[in-house]
Design a protein around this ligand. Structure first.
Ligand SMILES: CC(C)(COP(=O)(O)OP(=O)(O)OC[C@H]1O[C@@H](n2cnc3c(N)ncnc32)[C@H](O)[C@@H]1OP(=O)(O)O)[C@@H](O)C(=O)NCCC(=O)NCCS
Length: 183
């Protein structure tokens, strides 16, 4: 894998490596049950937030299973708006994308804009062939984001997960490098 050139810049956003100063804002939105509803674990304790920010600040991306988690910030002012993730999954040229925004940053297209920058990175510099997103079928905001990116709904796995005390149906969205470049 080539070195990843950071930060990534979009019209309104800067995507950069996490830093220690992001901890309090990160914790403010990750400690909310509303944020955690469709994420694997419970709302984060302060200790869990510290662990996550420490891990994200020091990521390396050298082999299958590694992932990049980038802090999203407005180009015109500092302050963490959320994060976007790219995971290198097993298999030739395969990756997975994910996203979380602080509640006050939602509804403005920041998630789509940040995710598009990460797809540019994934299909450009990192030369992945296919990038997918896996989400709970009840997570309509996340499905809408996939649709805005032009990702294709490829699978609906009924009761694939059991978390948050109930069965959940998984949706798989995906897009190929050629499709992304010719959109
Ligand atoms: C999933 C999540 C990131 C989606 O956030 P979002 O703000 O709805 O998504 P976007 O950033 O793409 O913004 C789209 C919204 O902004 C609006 N918008 C405003 N200006 C816009 C612009 N310039 N460009 C695009 N959309 C814009 C869109 O109309 C849309 O609003 P709507 O939902 O009322 O139709 C957010 O709900 C979240 O963080 N959830 C909790 C964590 C989570 O579940 N993560 C995913 C796990 S799979």
């Amino acid at each position: 894998m080539p070195e990843i050139t950071l930060p990534l810049r979009t019209e309104r956003l800067v995507l950069r490596r996490f830093e220690g100063r992001d901890l309090d804002t990160f914790h403010a939105y990750h400690s909310l049950p509303e944020t955690a509803r469709f994420l694997p674990g419970p709302a984060k304790s302060y200790t869990k937030s510290m662990e996550s920010v420490g891990k994200y600040a020091n990521f390396s991306f050298d082999k299958e299973g590694d992932w990049i988690c980038l802090a999203i910030e407005a180009a015109d002012g500092p302050g963490l708006l959320g994060e976007v993730v790219l995971k290198w999954v097993p298999g030739r040229g395969q990756a997975e994308v994910g996203w979380t925004l602080a509640p006050e940053a939602r509804g403005q297209g920041y998630g789509s804009e940040a995710a598009a920058a990460v797809l540019d990175l994934g299909f450009g510099e990192l030369a992945f062939h296919r990038i997918e997103a896996r989400l709970d079928a009840l997570n309509t905001a996340s499905a809408a984001l996939c649709e805005r990116l032009g990702m294709r709904l490829e699978a609906r796995h009924v009761d694939k997960w059991h978390y948050k005390g109930e069965w959940a149906t998984e949706l798989v969205y995906a897009i190929l490098a050629d499709e992304w470049h010719s959109r």
